[in-house]
Design a protein around this ligand. Structure first.
Ligand SMILES: O=P(O)(O)OC[C@@]1(O)O[C@H](CO)[C@@H](O)[C@@H]1O
Ligand SMILES: [Mn+2]
Length: 453
C-alpha cells in the first residue's frame, strides 16, 4: 500500500484493492490474522480445557457445561476466521454491544462496491484484531457461571513471576532513590526522571499478544541496559515532558494539583515499570495525582484489568523481599489516600481510533481534559492515536492525531506495528536498509509528545 503523503490530511482507512495486495504481500497485519490470532485462540481453548476440574469444583455440572459451551463458541470463532467468513454482529447484550454493532455497520458501509460484508482478511487490521478479543469475551459471557473467567490471567501472572529478578532490581532501585530524592539538584532529578521514563518504555517490550501468547518476560536487569538501549530510541521528546512537569511544580500554588494520567498497557513487568514511574512522579513532586486507566475486559492477552492491577500490588505487598513489599505497601497507600486513582472505561476496548473519542465517549474525553499530561503506553494505543493509517513517516505527530488533543500528551511505545510518524527525513529509509523488521520487532522505541496548542 502506498504511504499517504502530507497533502492528504486524513487518508481513508480502506482502499480495498490495495489492501488485498498488501495482504498478499504477507504484511505484518496479514501474518497476525493468519498465524498469531489462531494461535492465541487455540491457547484460550486449551486454557479452558485445563481449568475443567476447577470449574467443576466451583460450580458442579453447570461449570462443566459452561466450559463445553465456551469452547464450542471459540472453536466456531476460529473456524470463521480461518475460512474468512463475514464478520458478524455481536449477539449478547453487554454495555458496548450496540456501539460495536454500529461500528460494524459503518465498516460495512465502506464496502459498497464489493459484496458488502466485512471479512476477516479484508477489513482494517485494527478493527479485526479488536473484534477478535471482543468475540472471545462474548464467548465467555455467554457461558455462565464461568462468565467472569479471565482466559489470559494465567499468562499475565506467569509473566509477573518469570520477571521476578528484574522486578526486585526495580523495586530496590526505587527504594534507594527515595532515600535521597528530596536532596537532589534539579539536573539530578531530571536524570532520574529520564531513567524511569526509559524503564517504562522498555517495559513495553513484554507484551503477550506479539508473542502469540507465549511467555515474554523481562529476565535481564533493565536499569543496567538503559545506556545500551539509548540508540534504539527513535524519537525522544523527554525534554518536553521535563519542561512541562518541572514548570508545573515551580508554578503550582500550595493546595493545587498536577495530574498525570497514564493509559496503561500490559500487566506484569510493564505494569511494574509504570507504577515505578508513577511513584517517582509523586515523590519528586513533579505530579501530585496519578490517574490510571485499564481495560474493562481481558484484552490483547496481556492488557491490565482492575483485577490484574490489584493482584499485582497485593503480590508485591506480601512478597518476602523487603523492597518489593515496601513498594506494595506504599502503592496500596497511594490508592487509599487517593493520590493514585484507577479508572476504566469501555472506550478503551472499542475499535475506534482516539480522534473519535470526543463523539463516542464525551465523558472520558472531558475527564482526560483535566489532566496536565497524558501518557499513552504501548503499541496498540499508538495505533489508535494515529488511526493505524499508513502515514508518511515524516508527517508531524500532531497531524496524525487528527484533532485528538484533550491535554498535552505523549506516546511511550516500542514499535510493534507498521505505523510510525514524526521521523526525520531519511530516518525510516536508513532503518529499513539496516534492519528490515525495525517497525515490528519491539526493538525500537519512541517518546512522542504533542504539546500545548
Ligand atoms: O499494545 P502493545 O501491548 O504494546 O502491543 C500490542 C501488539 O502486540 O498487538 C498487536 C499484534 O497483535 C500489535 O499492534 C502490537 O504489536
Ligand atoms: Mn498490550
Amino acid at each position: 500500500m502506498q504511504r499517504q503523503n502530507e497533502t492528504l490530511a486524513v487518508p481513508t482507512f480502506t482502499d480495498y484493492a490495495n489492501r488485498r495486495k498488501e495482504l498478499l504481500c504477507r504484511s505484518f497485519a496479514y501474518l497476525t490474522i493468519k498465524d498469531r490470532i489462531p494461535q492465541i485462540l487455540t491457547k484460550v481453548i486449551d486454557t479452558l480445557h485445563r481449568h475443567k476440574s476447577e470449574f467443576f469444583e466451583k460450580h458442579g455440572e453447570k461449570g462443566m457445561e459452561a466450559e463445553k459451551k465456551a469452547i464450542s463458541l471459540l472453536s466456531k470463532l476460529r473456524n470463521e476466521l480461518q475460512t474468512d467468513k463475514p464478520i458478524v454482529p455481536l449477539v449478547e447484550k453487554f454495555v458496548d454491544t450496540d456501539i460495536w454493532n454500529q461500528y460494524l455497520e459503518y465498516q460495512q458501509s465502506l464496502l459498497n462496491e464489493s459484496d458488502g460484508k466485512p471479512r476477516w482478511f479484508l477489513s482494517p487490521w485494527l478493527f479485526v484484531e479488536c473484534y477478535m478479543y471482543r468475540r472471545i469475551h462474548e464467548a465467555i459471557i455467554q457461558s455462565p457461571p464461568i462468565d467472569d473467567f479471565d482466559v489470559f490471567k494465567e499468562s499475565k501472572d506467569q509473566n509477573f513471576f518469570e520477571s521476578q529478578q528484574s522486578i526486585i532490581a526495580l523495586c530496590t532501585y526505587l527504594q534507594e532513590l527515595m532515600k535521597t530524592i528530596e536532596d537532589l539538584e534539579d539536573n539530578q532529578l531530571k536524570d532520574e526522571f529520564f531513567k524511569v521514563l526509559q524503564i517504562s518504555l522498555w517495559g513495553n517490550k513484554c507484551d503477550l499478544s506479539l508473542s502469540g501468547g507465549d511467555t515474554s518476560s523481562q529476565k535481564t536487569n533493565i536499569i543496567s541496559s538503559l545506556k545500551d538501549l539509548k540508540p534504539f530510541i527513535l524519537v525522544s521528546d523527554m525534554e518536553h515532558l521535563w519542561s512541562l512537569l518541572s514548570n508545573c511544580k515551580k508554578t503550582r500554588e500550595r493546595a493545587s494539583i498536577t495530574r498525570v494520567d497514564i493509559i496503561l498497557d500490559n500487566s506484569g513487568f510493564e505494569l511494574i515499570t509504570d507504577l515505578v514511574l508513577a511513584d517517582f512522579l509523586l515523590s519528586s513532586k513533579l505530579a501530585t495525582e496519578i490517574h490510571f486507566y485499564g481495560k474493562t475486559i481481558p484484552w490483547f492477552v496481556s492488557d491490565t484489568t482492575i483485577h490484574d492491577f490489584n493482584w499485582l500490588i497485593k503480590q508485591l505487598k506480601h512478597s518476602n523481599h523487603k523492597w518489593m513489599s515496601k513498594c506494595g505497601v506504599n502503592w496500596e497507600n497511594h490508592i487509599k489516600m487517593g493520590r493514585w486513582v484507577y479508572l476504566d472505561h469501555m472506550f478503551w476496548t472499542l475499535p475506534h481510533e482516539f480522534s473519535a473519542m470526543s463523539q463516542v465517549a464525551p465523558d472520558l474525553h472531558a475527564e482526560l481534559q483535566k489532566a496536565h499530561l497524558i501518557l499513552f503506553k504501548g503499541d496498540l494505543n499508538y495505533r489508535k492515536l494515529t488511526g493505524d493509517r499508513k502515514w508518511e513517516f515524516t508527517i508531524p505527530f500532531h497531524q496524525a492525531l487528527n484533532g485528538f488533543h484533550p491535554a498535552p500528551l505523549c506516546s511511550i511505545r516500542t514499535l510493534k506495528a507498521e505505523v510510525q510518524v514524526g521521523l526525520q527525513p531519511g530516518q525510516a529509509e536508513q532503518l529499513s536498509a539496516s534492519d528490515p523488521s525495525w517497525m515490528t520487532s519491539g526493538k525500537y522505541g519512541i517518546f512522542q509528545f504533542d504539546g500545548p496548542l
